[in-house]
Design a protein around this ligand. Structure first.
Ligand code: ATP
Ligand code: LTN
Length: 333
């Protein structure tokens, strides 16, 4: 039987999940599980790269597992686990950190954005080396595709470079070169209060949170920043606010941006348009929130994580062993 290709992705439990996370990542993940061998984990070690409250980190981790399941990930088809449960991630990280260059890491946009907000003297090494752990996450599973939003594609590109570098250095196909896959619509949902900024869980101004009360969600959408004029047209430069709302509508309706534009042809009131967007978001999030609550109450989360950690460790340890051997670490039976 032909081996199935592998898909792998993760979310870091740094904050409450947003509509951006849902559209750019969560809802995409479950589309892979029927055709790919799929691994979806929680990047909890990555969450430590910036200061975080321990109690929040713990409860948010559990929350995200519930969101994974509510979004349709089926533990019988997808391996769901915590990064910190599979020690091979940290071990491969400590090997690969020697093959990634400081110059490469300092060019990463995510590092530049996040470190800019910190005191220069207090930038953790983990924040700088963040991509090395992510590279380890991906390469441990011989991953073919990595479903991610726009902001993570640079890290996946670096992963390819490092896989290639290792293969050349050791003259063998040690690692597969993975490919990032972005959603066709909605790879970068913007803040509702400042559409020039990404909707981001660690910078929550203008965010819609997946746990928000539905009335709050409606209010946030109705008061989203819009642009001058009155046409519902996709024009990121001149109409960033309307373009963002149109993207949200199109993505949640599984239609192209062009079809969404057609749908709103003739609508000249932004209020009417925003109401349609709010209705659509609520139509999707209402049952989703319901499922999420049921899952949290069902008590199945620990079992899912236990099973996932076992399956993931088995595969990850095989790769780790191969890497150790290749770089010359002594393996005794
Ligand atoms: P942080 O603010 O802590 O950096 P984040 O909200 O950007 O977090 P991540 O954990 O970095 O979220 O991302 C999880 C996944 O969600 C990634 O695949 C990322 O590309 C995607 N994602 C995050 N924000 C958006 C967004 N605004 N639009 C589309 N996809 C997004
Ligand atoms: N850096 C990613 C989270 C992440 C990830 C990964 C995504 C950690 N390891 C491996 C894909 C594959 C983020 O910030 N969303």
């Amino acid at each position: 039987m032909e081996e199935r290709k592998r898909a792998l992705s993760a979310i870091k439990p740094t904050g409450n999940l947003t509509l951006g996370n849902y559209i750019g990542a969560l809802r995409e993940f479950s589309k892979f599980q029927d055709n790919y061998e799929t691994f979806i984990f929680i990047a909890d070690l990555h969450a430590l790269t910036l200061p975080i409250d321990p109690a929040f980190l713990r409860s948010n981790t559990k929350d995200i597992v519930a969101f994974y399941l509510a979004a349709g990930l089926d533990p019988n088809k997808t391996t769901i686990f915590l990064q910190s449960d599979v020690s091979a991630h940290a071990e491969l990280n400590s090997i690969l950190i020697n093959y990634v260059y400081m110059g490469e890491l300092s060019r990463m946009t995510q590092f530049k954005d996040k470190s800019q907000k910190l005191n220069k003297e207090a930038i953790g090494v983990g924040l700088f080396a963040y991509p090395v752990l992510m590279i380890s996450d991906i390469l441990l599973y011989n991953t073919d595709v990595v479903p991610v939003g726009d902001d993570q594609t640079q890290h996946v590109e670096l992963t390819r470079d490092i896989a290639h570098r290792m293969n050349e250095r050791y003259k063998k196909e040690l690692f597969k070169l993975p490919q990032a896959i972005k959603p066709s619509v909605g790879a970068r949902i913007m803040s509702l209060s400042d559409p020039s900024k990404k909707m981001s869980k660690s910078d929550p101004k203008g965010d819609i949170f997946l746990k928000d009360d539905l009335n709050v969600i409606r209010k946030k959408i109705m008061s989203a920043v819009t642009d001058t004029g009155h046409e519902i047209k996709y024009d990121q430069e001149n109409k960033p606010g309307i373009s963002n709302l149109l993207t949200i509508y199109a993505s949640l309706s599984n239609m192209s941006i062009q079809d969404a534009e057609k749908h709103f042809e003739g609508v000249t009131q932004y209020g009417e348009f925003k109401k349609a967007v709010a209705d659509k978001v609520i139509e999707v999030l209402e049952p989703f929130q319901q499922k999420y609550k049921e899952i949290l109450q069902s008590g199945i989360i620990d079992k899912v994580l236990d099973d996932g950690a076992k399956k993931a460790s088995y595969i990850a340890n095989k790769t780790l062993r191969k890497v150790k051997k290749t770089v010359g670490l002594y393996i005794h039976e």
